[in-house]
Write a protein of this length. Structure first.
Lengths: 229, 260
């Protein structure tokens, strides 16, 4: 298991270079990374469930200007890996474990954002340094700064995925087993409603304009067709 | 045009333009990434080392725009710098900087709108809907992520390529060229398409397991639609998605404590 966890963390580190560094080619989105982790740990279904749960939730918060959105990469990686690991240890409905793991791993997205803020503050210092070095005629300091930042991105993604997966397993089994039965049922029950959040985000972005009538017309036609058949 | 610079140099800049946000900082934002992207050009058009240092000094200042739109600015800057190097540029060198600064604002506004507000959510929605439609055959479900990546990145790379080539060839008039694309109309089409896809997904298959709350199917659908629009309302009054996520879980747990 340890080898797989290491491989997953290395992949997460490499892909986290994309979050900021390659200008976002979408490979760092949960839609891609969660099935990838599922593929590595031999449970595609969990990967795809988490992909559909998480992908749309934060899509409406873009990184414009100096604003830093929640980082979805560690949330997706850690919740997928932990769900697959816990699945064999706890015998309950799989959706129950998945939602529980997502609840636990969302704070990682905020920790990652906090780290990113401090890296960018440190980059301000580097930027001053670069200007000075260029004044001296040392141009090679620019590529050096770029490579340094790529390494920092990799390390950030690697550590923030490795530690929670390594230490999360035992902790989460204990927490989950000590939960009262109503809470477990409530978590399972909420998995029915969570897709609504993702769709609501998309509706808020795209459809709350003149196109809302097309949405309702086609929705009700389809619903009535399905009811007849 | 193409006097000191070959097309291969432009493609090098295109490749390096993907790294524009690598050393993003709060003070000068994308300045290091911008200078990094122009390094191959500097060694191409500057003969002495002093000239090269002067070139880099001009471009290590504040820069911030939408990443996929940055190659437009780079193309225009390369065009002007080449003219400057062969002595065709009639104005002062500082004019290049002010042209650069005047371009980044409008391009950022355009790029943020097209890429972050339309294209990224749209490709994510396509991916998620394909995964949900093929949820019984997980091998086919891989089409979802793949298609989503293709939709986003084909447009991303296309705009970057157009930006560097046309920006170089047409100079400052490239802004006019970009306006002829009529990107807002493309966004409107995306909106219409997204509403149809969303209707199909909400009506047919949004659940992974057959977990019914009511025994009649139509009541389940209506409950889900009501939940969705309640969440839309919450998002409209600027409650963050994370808070809504935890609220849904808490409400469900409280509900289970009372109704068992």
């Amino acid at each position: 298991m340890l080898n797989e966890i290491l491989i997953i963390s290395i992949i997460a580190g490499i892909i986290s270079i994309d979050v900021r560094t390659i200008g976002g080619t979408m490979i760092s989105r949960p839609l891609v990374i969660a099935p990838l982790v599922g593929l590595l740990l031999n449970d595609l279904k969990v990967g795809f469930i988490i992909a559909t749960f998480l992908e749309l939730i934060w899509i409406g918060l873009p990184p414009i200007g100096a604003y830093l959105p929640v980082e979805t990469l560690p949330i997706a990686v850690v919740s997928t890996a932990l769900s697959i690991i816990l699945k064999n240890k706890i015998q309950v409905n799989i959706l129950n474990i998945i939602v529980f793991c997502i609840i636990v791993s969302i704070p990682l997205g905020f920790i990652s954002k906090w780290l990113e803020y401090h890296i960018r503050t440190f980059n301000s210092y580097l930027s001053l340094k670069v200007s000075k070095e260029v004044d001296k005629g040392n141009i090679n300091f620019i590529p050096f700064t770029q490579y340094f930042n790529i390494c920092v991105s990799f390390l950030k993604g690697f550590i923030i995925c490795l530690l929670p997966i390594l230490f999360g397993e035992i902790l989460l089994i204990k927490i989950f087993n000590s939960l009262p039965i109503q809470m477990k049922e409530g978590i399972l029950f909420s998995s029915w409603f969570i897709p609504a959040l993702g769709f609501a985000v998309v509706i808020e972005i795209f459809i709350l304009n003149k196109y809302i009538k097309y949405f309702f017309i086609s929705y009700f036609i389809l619903i009535s067709l399905l009811c007849i058949s | 045009m193409y006097k000191l610079i070959q097309k291969i140099d432009l493609l090098k800049v295109l490749l390096r333009s993907f790294f524009i946000e690598t050393s993003w900082n709060f003070e000068n934002m994308q300045n290091i990434g911008f200078a990094y992207a122009l390094l191959p050009i500097a060694s191409k058009i500057c003969k002495t080392k002093e000239e090269k240092v002067e070139f880099i000094k001009r471009h290590i200042k504040f820069f911030n725009t939408n990443p996929p739109m940055a190659p437009f600015v780079m193309g225009v800057v390369i065009n002007l710098e080449e003219k400057n190097a062969i002595g065709e540029f009639s104005k002062d060198v500082s004019e290049i900087e002010s042209i650069k600064n005047s371009m980044m604002g409008p391009l950022a506004a355009m790029g943020d709108n097209v890429f972050w507000e339309y294209l990224r959510p749209f490709s994510a929605l396509i991916g998620v809907s394909i995964v949900l439609l093929f949820k019984n055959n997980l091998k086919l479900a891989f089409l979802g992520p793949i298609l989503s990546l293709i939709i986003y990145n084909s447009f991303n790379i296309f705009i970057r390529y157009i930006g560097i080539i046309k920006g170089y060839e047409q100079g400052i008039s490239v802004v006019q060229y970009l306006q002829n694309f009529n990107l807002p109309r493309i966004c409107e089409r995306l909106s219409l398409f997204a509403s149809l896809i969303l209707a199909i997904i909400l009506a047919t298959s949004f659940q992974w397991q057959n977990m019914n709350i009511f025994s009649v199917k139509i009541l389940n659908d209506v409950l889900f639609l009501i939940t969705t629009f309640l969440v839309v309302g919450a998002l409209k009054i600027k409650i963050s998605p994370t808070v809504i996520f935890y609220s849904i879980v808490v409400i469900c747990i409280v509900f289970k404590y009372f109704v068992r």
